[in-house]
Write a protein that binds this ligand. Structure first.
Ligand code: SIN
Length: 303
């Protein structure tokens, strides 16, 4: 029997495959099709201390090999999540990661403090949403701001803390080191790549917010490069994501240095993506005579 389990900052996951935040809601829609505890973990839609209605429509546009979104962190707020969604998720047996966003340091700490007292296994601090005017990627764009919010949340958060990084920066390794030094237990990367789509006939932007975040296969090479660069300069583990559509894609992220891998856009184009990618990753291990999925992490051969 091969081993598929990994440990991500002290949390044991039954496989390295995590549903990426924002593409899986709170699991309700997918639960109708398969047992969502098939995932190593689920990172739920970004939660803010207060409910948010998000950006006006249209807020999704299809592009070649990717999706552009500008959802604007629509969510029911942390209190409603803990009351209405978390008990059902926990009952499925799946490991729950709470993705937390905010517009001020105080709003991040308030949300994280409430979630620390709940049965979530880990907090993923979202300092990389490109679609909100206040907060989000503003915190993820400079090492100083990233460290400031990470350190404040660390101070109130008893759960393992993973910080989700933006690719829309000059040097992602500087931000990664800053959050590590500020107390992060792991980093996840990459969030979406800032982009834009235009309806040429109408001469209008395809998204009401004009710009959005690009995800899907188009961004995989960017994500792999950033995961590789980041993993080799950190002491803490990396969860890699960006265009993971197949088990081989997941293996590539682990080979680049990731301990765990998140799949996002794949859930939107294939409702069964979770169990399928996991099966394909197992087949990849079988085909390559690998007994333990952890053997993949950081196994890139450079000479
Ligand atoms: C959004 O809600 O706009 C996307 C969330 C994110 O990119 O973090």
């Amino acid at each position: 029997m091969k081993n598929m389990s990994v440990e991500l900052c002290g949390v044991k996951l039954k496989s390295p495959l995590i549903a990426a935040s924002g593409t899986f809601g709170f699991g309700r829609e997918y639960d109708e099709f398969y047992n969502i505890s098939a995932w190593g973990a689920i990172s739920v839609k970004g939660l803010t201390d207060e409910p948010r209605v998000g950006n006006p429509p249209p807020r999704i546009a299809e592009t070649a090999s990717g999706i552009l979104n500008s959802v604007g962190l629509q969510n029911p707020g942390v209190d409603a999540f803990i009351r209405d969604e978390l008990p059902r998720l926990v009952a499925t047996g799946v490991t729950v990661i709470a993705n937390v966003a905010g517009s001020t340091v105080e709003s991040y700490t308030e949300a994280a403090r409430k979630l620390s007292d709940s049965p979530v296994a880990m907090i993923e601090l979202n300092i990389s949403c490109p679609n909100v005017r206040q907060g989000g990627a503003q915190f993820g764009a400079s090492p100083e701001e990233a460290a400031r919010v990470t350190s404040a949340v660390r101070g109130v958060c008893s759960r393992p803390l993973m910080v989700k990084l933006s690719p829309n920066v000059t040097d992602i390794t500087a931000i990664a080191r800053a959050v590590q030094d500020a107390g992060a237990d792991a980093v996840s990367l990459i969030n979406t790549v800032a982009g834009m789509a235009i309806d040429a006939r109408a001469r209008r932007p395809a998204l009401a917010n004009i710009t959005g975040g690009l995800s899907g296969p188009a961004i995989k090479p960017v994500a792999l490069r950033m995961v590789w660069q980041t993993a080799k300069c950190l002491r803490i583990p990396v969860a890699g994501m960006g265009g993971v559509m197949t088990g081989t894609d997941a293996a590539e992220f682990m080979i680049a240095g990731a301990t765990a891998v998140m799949a996002g856009t794949a859930n939107i184009t294939d409702v069964m993506a979770g169990p399928r990618i996991l099966r394909e990753l197992e087949e990849f291990l079988d085909e390559n005579g690998i007994e333990d999925v952890n053997e993949l992490t950081g196994s890139l051969i450079l000479n």
